[in-house]
Design a protein around this ligand. Structure first.
Ligand code: HPA
Ligand code: ZN
Length: 328
C-alpha cells in the first residue's frame, strides 16, 4: 500500500542489528557445508522451523548455536555483506551493527578474522552499494566479565575499525554497572557506548538509571520501560539519549503489544527513538521496512512521525558532522 511504499522509499538508518542475528537459514546451510559442520536438519526450511523460543534465554540458545558455522574471515565477510546488501535494498543509507566476539573467540576463531572479515564487507558494501556502516563490539554480559575484558583488550589495537562498545545477552543478574570498568576503558579509548536494557527484566528502571545517570552511556538499546519513569525520561531528554527500539523482537519474545505501544508514549514524551530489526534471521526475516511498517500500524504513526523518526536516527549517528554529506 501507499504507506508501505513510503516507508520503503524513505532514507533510513539502522542502529540495533546483531550481525550474527542476520544469519539466514540458507546461509547457515551454505557455511555449514563449506566448513564441514553437521546441521541436524534436511534443509533451510526445516532449520527455520526449529527456531521456536518463548523468552530471551531460549532465543539466545538458538542464536548462539548458529555461530558454530562462522569460522573463517570469509564467513564473517559473507555474513556482513549479505546484511548490508539487504539493508541497502531497503534504502538504509547508514547502519551501526553489533557483533559478539566473546562467542567467536570461545569457539576458537581469531578476533582479527572476525573484525577483518566484517571490515572488508563494510568497505565492499560502501564501494559497491553506497551503504555506509560502522561496527559496535558487544559484551556478552552472561559470560565471565574477565573474558569481556580480554576481548576488549584484544580488540582495542584494532579500534579504528570500531565505533562503540555495547552490552547484550541475558540481563538477569548481569546489571550494566557490573561492566563499569569495561565502559570506562572504552570511553578512554574514544569509543562510544550503549547497552541493552530489555523491557521484561526485573530491575529494569534501575538498569536504565545505571546506564543513563551513573555510567553516562551515549545510547540505550530497547529501553522502552523508560516510559514508566517521568524522571528517567527527563534525564534522557536532558542528555539527548537515543533509544533503539526493536518491534519484532518485542512482538515475539515479550508478548505482542507492550513495547510497540511504548513507541507512541516515547514519541509523545519527546524521546529520540529509532526503529530497528535486531535479529531478523530469527524473527521471521523482518528487516527494517517491515519493522517500521508494523510499528506504523500498531502505534498509528503519521508520515510526519515516520520522517521525524528517521531524521532523528540520522542525527544520532556516531559520525562526525563532516562525514554526513549524502544523508543530511
Ligand atoms: N537482546 C539481548 N541479547 C541479544 C539480543 C537481544 O535482542 N540479540 C542478540 N543478543
Ligand atoms: Zn539486541
Amino acid at each position: 500500500d501507499e504507506v508501505l511504499r513510503f516507508i520503503q522509499g524513505m532514507p533510513k538508518a539502522e542502529y540495533h542489528v546483531h550481525l550474527e542475528g542476520t544469519l539466514e537459514a540458507e546461509m547457515k546451510f551454505r557455511l555449514a557445508e563449506r566448513n564441514g559442520v553437521h546441521l541436524p536438519y534436511a534443509n533451510a526450511a526445516q532449520l527455520r522451523e526449529s527456531y521456536k523460543y518463548h523468552d530471551l534465554p531460549s532465543f539466545l540458545a538458538i542464536y548462539y548455536d548458529g555461530m558454530k558455522v562462522l569460522q573463517k574471515e570469509q564467513d564473517f565477510h559473507d555474513l556482513a555483506y549479505a546484511y548490508l546488501a539487504k539493508a541497502a535494498s531497503q534504502n538504509v543509507l547508514y547502519a551501526e551493527m553489533f557483533f559478539d566476539p566473546q562467542e567467536h573467540v570461545k569457539l576458537g576463531v581469531a578476533i582479527e578474522d572476525v573484525i577483518g572479515g566484517i571490515t572488508r564487507a563494510r568497505e565492499d558494501a560502501e564501494a559497491k552499494l553506497g551503504i555506509r556502516s560502522q561496527l559496535i563490539l558487544c559484551i556478552v554480559r552472561d559470560l565471565p566479565a574477565d573474558t569481556a575484558m580480554a576481548v576488549l583488550d584484544a580488540a582495542l589495537p584494532m579500534k579504528q575499525y570500531l565505533v562503540g562498545l555495547g552490552l547484550d545477552s541475558d540481563e538477569k543478574d548481569n546489571p550494566p554497572i557490573k561492566f563499569a570498568a569495561h565502559f570506562a576503558k572504552a570511553k578512554a579509548a574514544g569509543l562510544r557506548t550503549t547497552a541493552h536494557c530489555d523491557a521484561n527484566q526485573e530491575n529494569t528502571l534501575d538498569h536504565l538509571r545505571q546506564v543513563i545517570v551513573e555510567m553516562e552511556l551515549d545510547r540505550v538499546d530497547h529501553g522502552v520501560n523508560v516510559v514508566q519513569s517521568p524522571e528517567l525520561m527527563a534525564e534522557a531528554r536532558k542528555r539527548n539519549i537515543p533509544f533503539t527500539v526493536c518491534p519484532s523482537f518485542s512482538g515475539q519474545v515479550r508478548g505482542a503489544s507492550g513495547p510497540i505501544d511504548a513507541v507512541r508514549a516515547m514519541l509523545d514524551n519527546g524521546l529520540k527513538i529509532s526503529i530497528n530489526s535486531d535479529d531478523p534471521a530469527y524473527m521471521a526475516s523482518e528487516y527494517i521496512t517491515d519493522a517500521l511498517a508494523r510499528t506504523q500500524v500498531r502505534s498509528a504513526l503519521s508520515m510526519e512521525e515516520l520522517v521525524r523518526i528517521e531524521r532523528n536516527a540520522f542525527d544520532t549517528a556516531w559520525l562526525p558532522l563532516s562525514e554526513r554529506a549524502g544523508f543530511q
